[in-house]
Design a protein around this ligand. Structure first.
Ligand code: M6R
Length: 608
């Protein structure tokens, strides 16, 4: 969703802000803008649409300044337009804002009663007016921001400029991520590490209620009442190259191909095959989730599909009951949560508003909380008792790929860990499973070599306007994930069903215009799936199968068949999902779609 970058230092801020914004573009946006302090005033340029429009505007109407702020906006209050784009200005101030001001209507009425007039439909403009009013009384920049924000309810990450303080930024956080990146004689503010990784590897992650006064050589942090607070500087290990395309035409394709390495990274140091044990951080061990009466997993989108797989794995191997919910449903359905429950929140970004709200609900009811997350120190890990970090590095493509498989790797390890702690599986079984998992990255590489084969198949499916995905057991969540990937980037309708459920309704759809993508490698439900496919075939359906290598029986009923190696069932989802990611990617590419920033989607959904 929205992205923020701020700079203060000796260099011209404009190119730094623009390159920061280009690194934030992956989050999804509909307008962009920058503002700088220059010769006692503030200069601002904004543009509706892509960042290129802003760059074009700056070519015709350039500006410069050593202190500046930039923003990519994803509309919440007010339609996407130049006047609603950030920075929003009033008086001596310009501000950029991520989040939602909940009491903005009340504040707007109050300000209107005092003669204020507004030029945008945004909640952000209200905050600029409020700060300006507070400043008139104090002439203290940071003090005015603190005073204004004490009146504001809602979520925000805000960075402000004041023309009276040309060497200073003031940044504030409440429930939206914001960090200060510390450089040599220069400092940065950003909503996302990706915006600043090229300049600094030292970051201060602000906490809710923090106000940071940022100058080129100092960062002073207080709370909303002005009390000084200490925040530690953290070293960032993320690989900057992860935020580059590295020769791939799209981030999504690069991220698909990165998966073998990211799975290796996620397994590193955590698998003790010889002992048949999984080695987890002490904080996770100390939670003893395996002793819980029940585990509740909550997530959204792709992370929800990983959660569903987690249920199958944990119940199958560790014999612990697991409930899985979509976060936006869970938070409003008055769930039963007790201190005997373990709660697992899964989120790539760590900022998804619904998932975060569920975690807070679980906290209120005393559950033990584990986060499975990719982004270090984001809101969800901060609020959890412990975090299992997936090590996918920044995921830029809006359609999640490597985050999913690393979540899957994490859940697989947790399932084996719980199973061993409960003695639900013996050492030999754990050793066998861990050895099988160790081979996953190489097996994934071999699947990825089939990319051209998948593209050729995609070429034949270009005219389809709906797809059905089928899978059983571990492959049902993979079918759901395949359908989601396809919808997100091809804009073609797709839905997924458990194979056995097909005859209870969706079979009515089968004809030669509906490609049926079935995931059916050899496993205990293979024969059942084969019968389901015969039903599809008998009705003239087109079948595209993901099958065990040399499975002639199934290959014969398929129009196209994609092989995976004969392997342990626990390994199969890591391989089958790659074909579905590739299929969605190639179809979208052949259709000429904007793959990394599909329409209407944002990378990190920080609003309800
Ligand atoms: O950051 P999160 O994992 O919490 O995000 C959840 C979903 O918004 C996300 O998985 C979304 O569905 C992706 N676009 C899927 O490709």
């Amino acid at each position: 969703m929205c992205g923020i970058i701020g700079y203060v230092g000796p260099r011209d801020s404009v190119p730094i802000l623009l390159s920061g914004l280009s690194r934030l573009a992956y989050r999804g946006y509909d307008s962009a803008g920058i503002a700088v302090c220059h010769e006692g005033d503030i200069d601002c340029r904004r543009a509706h649409g892509k960042l290129e429009n802003l760059i074009e505007r700056l070519k015709h109407d350039p500006m410069r300044g050593r202190t500046g702020i930039g923003h990519t906006r994803w509309a919440t209050h007010g339609r996407p337009s130049e006047s609603n784009a950030h920075p929003q200005r009033f008086g001596k101030f310009a501000i950029v804002h991520n989040g939602i001001i909940e009491n903005f209507l009340d504040l707007r009425e109050e300000l209107r009663a005092h003669g204020h007039e507004f030029v945008s439909e945004t909640d952000t403009e209200i905050v600029a007016h409020l700060i300006s009013d507070c400043y008139d009384a104090t002439h203290d920049f940071a003090g005015a921001v603190r005073m204004a924000l004490r009146r504001v309810r809602g979520s925000y990450a805000i960075v402000a400029l004041c023309s009276d303080f040309p060497d200073e930024l003031v940044a504030a956080r409440n429930q939206c991520p914001l960090l200060v990146a510390v450089g040599e004689g220069e400092n940065f503010a950003a909503s996302d590490l990706a915006a600043v990784l090229a300049h600094s590897r030292q970051a201060i992650f602000l906490e809710d209620g923090d106000i940071a006064q940022i100058r080129a050589s100092s960062v002073v942090i207080t709370d909303l009442s002005g009390e000084h607070v200490e925040r530690k500087i953290q070293s960032i290990e993320w690989d900057i190259s992860a935020a580059e395309k590295q020769g791939y035409p799209h981030y999504m394709l690069k991220e698909i191909h990165e998966q073998p390495q990211k799975i290796t990274d996620t397994f590193r140091g955590r698998m003790l095959e010889a002992e048949g044990e999984v080695n987890l951080d002490e904080n996770i061990e100390k939670l003893h989730l395996e002793t819980c009466r029940r585990l509740q997993i909550v997530a959204c989108g792709t992370s929800y599909h990983a959660a569903l797989l987690g249920k199958y794995l944990i119940e199958q191997y560790a014999r612990i009951p697991v409930d899985v919910d979509v976060a936006s449903e869970y938070r409003y359905r008055q769930p039963i949560i007790t201190p005997d429950d373990g709660f697992i929140a899964i989120s790539q970004s760590g900022e998804t508003a619904d998932t975060y709200a569920c975690l807070k609900l679980a906290r209120q009811h005393g559950a033990k909380i584990l986060a499975i997350c990719n982004v270090m120190d984001s809101s969800i890990p901060r609020a959890a008792d412990a975090t299992f970090y997936t090590r996918a590095d920044p995921e830029i493509g809006v359609a999640s790929t490597k985050a999913f498989t690393t979540q899957l790797a994490s859940l697989t390890l947790l399932a084996i860990h719980f199973a061993r702690r409960k003695n639900a599986i013996d050492v030999a079984t754990a050793q066998r499973l861990l050895r099988a998992l160790r081979a996953v990255p190489q097996q994934m590489e071999r699947v990825l070599e089939q990319s051209d084969h998948v593209r050729a198949c995609a070429q034949k499916l270009l005219r389809a306007n709906s797809f059905l995905f089928l899978g059983r057991n571990l492959h049902y969540p993979i079918a759901l994930e395949g359908a989601l990937k396809l919808k997100e980037i091809t804009y073609i309708h797709a839905e997924a069903y458990p194979s056995g459920e097909m005859k209870h309704g969706p079979i009515a759809l089968i004809d030669d215009r509906l490609p049926v993508i079935v995931i059916a490698p050899k496993n205990p439900t293979y024969e059942k799936t084969l019968s389901n496919l015969q039903e599809v075939k008998a009705r003239g359906g087109r079948i595209i199968g993901i099958v065990t290598q040399d499975d002639d029986r199934l290959t014969r009923v398929c129009e196209s068949a994609f092989p995976i190696e004969d392997c342990e069932e626990i390994v199969q989802p890591f391989l089958s999902v790659l074909y579905l990611q590739l299929l969605a990617y190639h179809l979208a590419d052949l259709l000429g779609n904007d793959i990394d920033q599909p329409r209407n989607l944002a990378k990190s959904v920080t609003v309800e």
